[in-house]
Design a protein around this ligand. Structure first.
Ligand code: AMP
Length: 457
């Protein structure tokens, strides 16, 4: 099957040709006919499988071939959990709109709110956005979604994990009309709250699942090593990074503080290293990603902020310096390598504190790992008995609880008061068209930026 077998506009086929893409991937083959027929769709597919074009092509086709419902409102809204992911989708969308008269903008947390309000007033046809920021603009009446024709949610489970359910519901209410089509995509749809939100947002959707999320990724070799403590993990990492077969590497740590500390250490050891953490300004994050994608550093150290969707072709190794808290996150992290047919290696370090998370990954993947060893760097640790595991689990849980409590106290102090009517969405549908409120004061805007940044991570 070729893209020419679908009824796609010639300009889209030309763009695909220009991108060197001719044969649809499996998710594209299954999702395109449903989405092009105007039906709602819930789709899961492995990371790196071509999900983005599976929703961008039908979106473009719908806009090109149908009359708008409104001359002013955006026609397509694409929501993603993180700014990096949104930028990547926006990049692919721009390649497709370049051949047409349609306008696309991105509206992301961490960027200038007033500039975004101006861009929104120029009536773009497509918006790629993070949900927190879109909800803020809706609240400020910089944006109306009465004419929205297509709502696309990518990595929907992650958006819910990040606490965006209320914003998604508010967006749904603002665009609540019979002619709206909704597509929901994720690498994993095995998520408790996904079905709840799908019931609210989607209308009698078709389901497409390409390979279960736990399915083995044939292009990624997965290895695990026991590690006794932090120093041992660092020694293992240095040894692995010295192996000449790896091109670029992404190392995932548990916290932002670990990211910075490890980056300093590796730089001292002579590795060219970049650190990407969620508390950096957006411009700094963009610069780091840009330099890394151009191959200027060998190693990128980050938290889960970079675990989803990022498409970096030269990454041949992913290291879980710490195991992720959620098993699904493991799938996303290792999916940063082995992309578009290339081979990759994913290495995980498992120490006492990682044990519980490691067991969850094994259960999720339905796989039993055999541990590897490195000569000269053996581990004494070899897993925990159920009893010891419980004790470590309690200790870690108590620590995490104390941390969460302290964090929510700080957040509660900093959070701006939201309009309650907006949160419940009661008033949105009755909002008078195009009556725009004055832009918010700078102080408030900073708080919005800060909030979105927290949520978008
Ligand atoms: P995604 O899963 O959307 O992040 O896509 C992963 C990579 O696959 C991106 O670099 C896409 O440009 C590329 N890609 C998407 N569709 C195809 C296709 N049909 N043939 C070859 N490459 C593709």
């Amino acid at each position: 099957m070729q893209f020419t077998d679908f009824s796609l506009d010639k300009r889209l086929l030309d763009s695909l040709k220009h991108m060197g893409i001719s044969t649809p991937t499996e998710i594209q083959q299954q999702a395109l006919p449903i989405a092009l027929a105007g039906k709602d769709l819930m789709a899961s597919s492995k990371t790196g499988s071509g999900k983005t074009l599976a929703f961008l092509l039908p979106a473009m086709q719908r806009i090109i071939s149908s009359r708008p419902l409104s001359k002013k409102d955006p026609r397509v809204l694409i929501l993603l959990p993180t700014r990096e992911l949104a930028q990547q989708v926006y990049g692919q969308l721009r390649l497709l709109v370049a051949n047409t008269q349609y306008k696309a903008i991105s509206v992301l947390g961490g960027e200038n709110f007033n500039d975004q309000a101006k861009a929104l007033s120029r009536d773009p046809h497509f918006i790629v956005a993070t949900p927190g920021r879109i909800a803020d603009h809706l609240q400020q009446r910089h944006l109306f979604l009465n004419g929205l024709e297509l709502l696309i949610l990518d990595e929907a489970d992650r958006m819910l994990d990040l606490g965006f359910a209320e914003q998604l519901k508010a967006i749904n209410v603002a665009a609540d009309h019979k002619r709206r089509q909704t597509l929901m995509f994720s690498a994993t749809l095995d998520h408790d709250s996904i079905n709840d939100i799908a019931t609210t947002l989607l209308n009698n959707p078709s389901h497409v699942a390409i390979g279960a999320s736990y399915a083995e990724h044939k292009d990624i070799e997965q290895k695990v090593f026991f590690a006794d403590h932090l120093d041992h993990k660092q020694a293992l990492l240095s040894h692995i990074l010295k192996q000449p077969e790896h091109k670029q590497t992404i190392v995932f740590t548990a916290t932002r503080a670990d990211t910075d500390r490890l980056a300093t250490l590796l730089a001292e050891q002579g590795f060219s290293t970049a650190a990407l953490s969620g508390d950096l300004k957006q411009s700094a994050r963009n610069q780091i990603m840009d330099q890394f994608s151009r191959g200027q550093q060998q190693v990128l150290i980050t938290t889960d902020v970079a675990s989803r969707g990022l498409d970096l072709v030269n990454v041949s190794l992913v290291v879980n310096f710490d195991m992720p808290k959620f098993a699904e996150e493991y799938v996303h992290r290792i999916g940063r390598t082995g992309r578009a047919g290339a081979k990759g290696v994913a290495i995980s370090f498992v120490g006492p504190k990682d044990w519980q998370n490691f067991l969850q990954v094994q259960t999720f993947l339905r796989k039993n790992f055999n541990f590897s060893t490195i000569d000269g760097l053996p581990a004494k640790f070899s897993g925990l008995s159920a009893k010891a595991d419980k004790a470590v689990g309690h200790k870690v849980a108590a620590k995490a609880k104390a941390k969460t409590k302290a964090k929510s106290a700080v957040k509660a102090k900093a959070a701006p008061k939201r309009d309650k009517r907006f949160i419940t969405g009661v008033d949105i549908g009755d909002a008078p068209m195009r009556r725009k409120a004055k832009p918010t004061a700078i102080v408030e805007q900073d708080i919005f930026d800060k909030n979105s940044q927290d949520l978008d991570d």
